[in-house]
Design a protein around this ligand. Structure first.
Ligand code: SF4
Ligand code: SF4
Length: 302
């Protein structure tokens, strides 16, 4: 089950106590225990690697395209499909399942996942989901994260004796690293209060968001081969880092999106004063024109 499907269900269960769900309606803490193992010996091995709705995070894409030795363009063309996510209408990349092969994941073989050490975060979490209380209780102060178990009837992994705590499972799956890498992007997706919860992204901003979150090569050209550095102040040190390292570039991209789309302050990027002044002048001129037009219209009506 894909993570976003799980999140919808967990909302229903923990809030309304829905019965008959695959999610055990129990909050788990980091030291909560469960038994689980997934290996070629389980009778259902690889059964779940089909018809999954896997939204690829920017870090998933960086890991996968580097693993496969592909450019972002080639990776997106072969393995991803753009879509607008839920009510936020933020553009994301979804992993394309092979419809003509029973909806199997392009990376699954009878021997298991061919990209296992670089598999997407969604495949790493299973069977432990992560939820945030702040999502459910809007306006609450600090965000409180908690875990829950996703127990699907066809999954025989729960019959295995290997015992885990949530903490040891997450450590084994590199979940903390992925959470850290994805946090800023998730915040952009959730449009947290500080970025304006009701913000509706215009078409131009959506295109920018998709390019920055899915295509490191295109974003790199955008930074170094356009007028970007004439518009924004970026330190020499940051420029060097993002030229050499895809992950640093991705993180810089999140800062840029926060700043350019949601108007948040950033420690690593700032618009140049002369450009900002020019923009302010343009806005004031436009507003003046709009006011004059409105006044003419009103006068015409009298
Ligand atoms: S990426 Fe790997 S683990 Fe995830 S669905 Fe595909 S084959 Fe399965
Ligand atoms: S259904 Fe469960 S045990 Fe079977 S392959 Fe998937 S995760 Fe592993």
């Amino acid at each position: 089950m894909a993570l976003n499907d799980v999140e919808k269900k967990v909302d229903k269960i923990l809030k309304k106590g829905q019965e008959g769900s695959v999610i055990a309606p129990v909050r788990m803490e980091r030291d909560s225990k469960f038994c689980f193992a997934c290996h070629p010996g389980v009778p259902c091995f690889t059964d779940c690697c089909r018809n999954m709705n896997i939204i690829l995070t920017p870090y998933d894409i960086v890991r996968l395209k580097n693993r496969l030795g592909l450019t972002s363009d080639a990776f997106l063309h072969l393995y991803a499909q753009p879509e607008l996510l839920g009510i936020t209408m933020v553009p994301v990349a979804r992993l394309k399942m092979l419809e003509d092969q029973g909806g199997r994941c392009p990376f699954v073989t009878p021997d298991g996942c061919q990209v296992y050490s670089d598999r997407p975060v969604c495949c790493r979490y299973y069977p432990i989901g992560l939820a945030s209380l702040r999502q459910q209780e809007k306006g609450a102060g600090e965000e409180e994260e908690f875990f829950f178990l996703v127990k699907e009837p066809h999954c025989k992994g729960f019959e295995e004796p290997t015992e885990w705590t949530v903490e040891s499972w997450r450590g084994d799956q590199e979940a903390d690293l992925y959470d850290r890498m994805n946090r800023e992007w998730m915040e952009l997706l959730l449009r947290k209060k500080s970025f304006g919860e009701e913000t509706e992204l215009p078409e131009k901003a959506r295109k920018l968001f998709y390019m920055v979150s899915t295509n490191t090569e295109k974003f790199k050209s955008y930074v170094f081969e356009s007028r970007f550095l004439d518009t924004y102040i970026v330190s020499e040190e940051t420029q060097k880092k993002i030229l050499e390292d895809d992950v640093a570039l991705m993180q810089f991209g999140f800062e840029y999106l926060k700043h350019a789309i949601f108007g948040a302050d950033s420690d690593v990027i700032a618009i140049r004063k002369e450009i900002r002044d020019k923009e302010v002048k343009k806005i004031l001129k436009r507003r003046k024109k709009q006011r004059a037009k409105l006044a003419r219209l009103k006068k015409g009506r009298l």
